[in-house]
Design a protein around this ligand. Structure first.
Ligand SMILES: [Zn+2]
Ligand SMILES: [Zn+2]
Ligand SMILES: [Zn+2]
Ligand SMILES: [Zn+2]
Ligand SMILES: [Zn+2]
Ligand SMILES: [Zn+2]
Ligand SMILES: [Zn+2]
Ligand SMILES: [Zn+2]
Length: 458
């Protein structure tokens, strides 16, 4: 499919080959958060209303994640639980913790329950699994305050948004996708199975103990198979006391027994993201997929692509780095720029450096399918010609007529001209300036300094 230039270019449109344009009207199965207010648009949006197939708000055209969607805890548990359902991973839970507020912690504006005394305590809506209170405190202090998931603060809202953004439900469940035929649904299931086996994990918060690698909790089936666990490995290192292991689970043997002492004897802990050293006594995040000799500062456990803190420490491992679920999938599959679903069909449209389901390549304004039609792109959104004219028409500085979207035009700063000899010419001697250098002055252009002088001195 063709590449298309933006509106200032020479030929601002290009035809697309004839493609199938049949489209079924499907209602999104998962209309959570409808009516939520938009955090970007404020009162300009009357509340989230999902477009019937694009994953955007019909009212303001922002994404659902830009709206203050409240997500129920059991939805989060179910969503994340699904990521780990085919592995031996310890059951995912959302653990909360209430502690006394300290300087470095976020605090809600008003007391959550409006009684007399404002509470001295704050509650984290999520804490790293299995962490002790001391570890939780250090962990939270080491991430930016705007990310701390303290009940009643922006941090908690941000966590809910990132949960939707980083782990799209429609990347996990074929039944939530509108576009899949049976064969594509099978391809998607294989894809999901594959990342569950090979990539996904939950970061574990552990104290940094010099000369000692931490014992990580067993997470995935495949790792268990490749490294059989010594039965009943006793004596967790200092830091993991108080971790809430399920009794029937054993840990993968990554303690002192299985790592040659000299390999870690001189090891200085370094953060994989910022390369700075770790301070003994602090906590770090470890990722089982990366190996227990690698760690990150809590504030550095971020997706390589979007640089957001990984929500609830859920990472996808690839090429020696960590990604959020969305951006891991983006490394392997095209994603439709209109409906946000991964594309499992063999044919799709490539335009504006983005991928689109063939029948989702539509006018951003009126949803007319653009396959086989001419269109103009603006800020990565394609428009049909009538909409483009209606919304962004420009007028020629010489003849004052509208410049149609499909005719060539030239511009200098905010002035536009028909790109022909009749309109793009010297204001003084009328020589054509198409393809030549020129001297601009307000709405006029000149072939030479002489012509410019003559024009203004007459
Ligand atoms: Zn909005
Ligand atoms: Zn909206
Ligand atoms: Zn770091
Ligand atoms: Zn990301
Ligand atoms: Zn699509
Ligand atoms: Zn249109
Ligand atoms: Zn003109
Ligand atoms: Zn001239």
């Amino acid at each position: 499919m063709g590449e298309v230039q933006h509106d200032a270019g020479d030929s601002p449109y290009e035809s697309i080959a004839k493609i199938d344009t049949s489209k079924k009207e499907v209602v999104l199965g998962h209309e959570i958060g409808s009516g939520s207010k938009c955090l970007k648009c404020g009162d300009a949006c009357t509340g989230l209303e999902l477009h019937f197939w694009r994953r955007i708000c019909k009212i303001c055209k922002c994404s659902p994640e830009d709206h203050a969607v409240q997500i129920k805890e059991h939805e989060t548990v179910r969503k994340v639980g699904r990521l780990f359902d085919s592995t031996n991973y310890k059951k995912y839970t959302v653990d909360k913790m209430t502690i006394e507020h300290t300087e470095m912690m976020a605090k809600p504006e008003a007391p959550v329950i409006g009684n007399a005394e404002p509470s001295k305590n704050i509650t984290f809506e999520w804490i790293p699994q299995g962490a002790t209170e001391k570890m939780v405190k250090r962990y939270m202090e080491m991430i930016p305050i705007e990310n701390q998931p303290v009940e009643g603060t922006e941090g908690a809202q941000r966590r809910a948004q990132q949960m939707q953004k980083q782990l799209p439900d429609h990347d996990q469940q074929p039944e939530l996708c509108q576009q899949l035929n049976t064969e594509e649904a099978e391809r998607m299931l294989d894809f999901v199975k594959d990342y569950k086996e090979k990539a996904v994990g939950i970061g574990q918060v552990q104290p940094v103990v010099p000369h000692k690698v931490p014992q990580l909790q067993m997470q995935s089936l495949s790792l268990e198979e490749s490294a059989p666990a010594p039965q009943g490995h006793p004596g967790a290192p200092d830091g993991v006391q108080g971790m809430d292991h399920e009794p029937e689970k054993t840990s993968v043997g990554v303690g002192e027994d299985t790592v040659p002492p000299k390999a870690v004897g001189e090891a200085k802990w370094k953060c994989c993201r910022c390369n700075q050293g770790m301070t003994g006594g602090d906590v770090a995040v470890f990722a089982e997929r990366a190996g227990n000799d690698k760690c990150w500062h809590p504030g550095c456990f971020r997706c390589r692509t979007c640089n957001e803190l990984l929500v609830d420490l859920i990472y996808f491992y690839k090429d020696d780095d960590i990604f959020c679920g969305r951006h891991y999938a983006d490394l392997l599959k095209p994603r439709c720029a209109a409906c946000d679903e991964l594309i499992f069909s063999e044919k799709y449209t490539l335009a504006e450096e983005l991928s689109w389901h063939i029948d989702h390549f539509c006018c951003w304004n009126c949803d007319t399918v653009l396959g086989g039609r001419r269109y103009v792109a603006r800020e990565s959104h394609p428009y049909c010609l009538p909409c483009y004219d209606k919304l962004f028409a420009k007028y020629c500085g010489t003849c004052n007529q509208k410049i149609e979207a499909d005719s060539k035009r030239l511009n200098h700063e905010n002035n536009f001209w028909h790109a022909d000899a009749a309109c793009f010419k010297c204001s003084s001697c009328a020589v054509s300036l198409v393809g030549r250098s020129f001297l601009p002055k307000d709405r006029n252009i000149f072939c030479s300094v002489q012509c410019k002088r003559k024009y203004f001195n007459q």
